[in-house]
Design a protein around this ligand. Sequence first.
Ligand code: NDP
Ligand code: OXD
Length: 319
Amino acid sequence: MPSKSPVVIDLKFDQQEVAAALKGAFGDREVINLAHPASRTRDLAGIDYAVVWRPGQDLFARARNLKVVFSGGAGVDHVLTLPGLPDVPLVRFVDQTLTTRMSEWVVLQCLSHLRQVKAYDAQARRRVWKELPQPEAKELTVGIMGLGVLGQDAARKLKVMGFEVIGWSRGVKAVEGIETYDAAGLDAFLARTDMLVGLLPLTPETTGIFNGALFAKLSRKGPFGAPVFINGGRGGSQVERDIVAALEGGTLAGASLDVFEQEPLPLESPLWTHDRVIVTPHAAAASDVKALFRQVERQVADYEAGRPLEHVVDRRAGY
Ligand code: NDP
Ligand code: OXD
């Protein structure tokens, strides 16, 4: 039997987690971990598979005969923008562990704004004992931009909490219990949205989509008047100076941001300390590395047996 092609991994993850996940992963297939100094001079020309998260700029020049590229996360913008990406299937990571984590984050943010967590925290620091108005979840409509794997799961879980939920996607989409809008219905969707959740991939079409003009189209009929913006998708989709201006000018009541135009968020950003903004460090939904390797191993076996790969990215759409 010919020996199995090694897998090269270039994952900017916690390396202890990677090492632990590699124990027992990939059976007798060799794994070349580019985080190890010894692998820096290794010839990668004969490698068929790469598993990557924010890989080095020279990866595709070195591993120039790849047959499949696996993204270590759900998003693929970190790969699509790399020089020399070969014209081979690009597979993204879709897994219940990741989906569940994102829905936890989204539900947490929606509830945090509904229950005015930042305002109570500010009061507590001043030892102020004062009850604030308490609208019910059903009085607010959460509008999710991006009704894919993550958006649909978050929608279902927000419904369980009592929120009205609507969704927007590029194409027409039917999701049980949720009113949906396609690209042409954006303005109608925004006009109904009291809490806007961004779960979009970063593509040329979604770059800068969350800007002042869009915020101005959101509903102002919710119980807090001004709407809230929550983004767990990609920072490149938001215009941060517009977010700050919208918060200051009353177009937005608050925001929760996990992703930023520049990561890490620059120290001088006013978002860090804004009293109505919740900042998390691109930590809404980390990839479970063990689950990632299990999935790559299974997909490689399928590929070698001539079965179709799952979760292959549409290069033209960019996600
Ligand atoms: P999917 O590919 O399953 O869904 C993407 C959704 O966005 C689809 O509904 C798609 O529409 C919609 N969409 C894409 N482009 C447009 C557009 N131009 N106009 C309108 N709708 C559009 O992706 P996932 O749900 O798995 O993930 C979404 C994103 O979340 C990832 O790409 C990644 O960037 C981000 N992410 C962030 C994480 C974090 O920790 N912060 C963790 C994991 C992911 P349609 O259904 O019509 O195709
Ligand atoms: C992802 C992410 O795309 O963590 O999976 O951002």
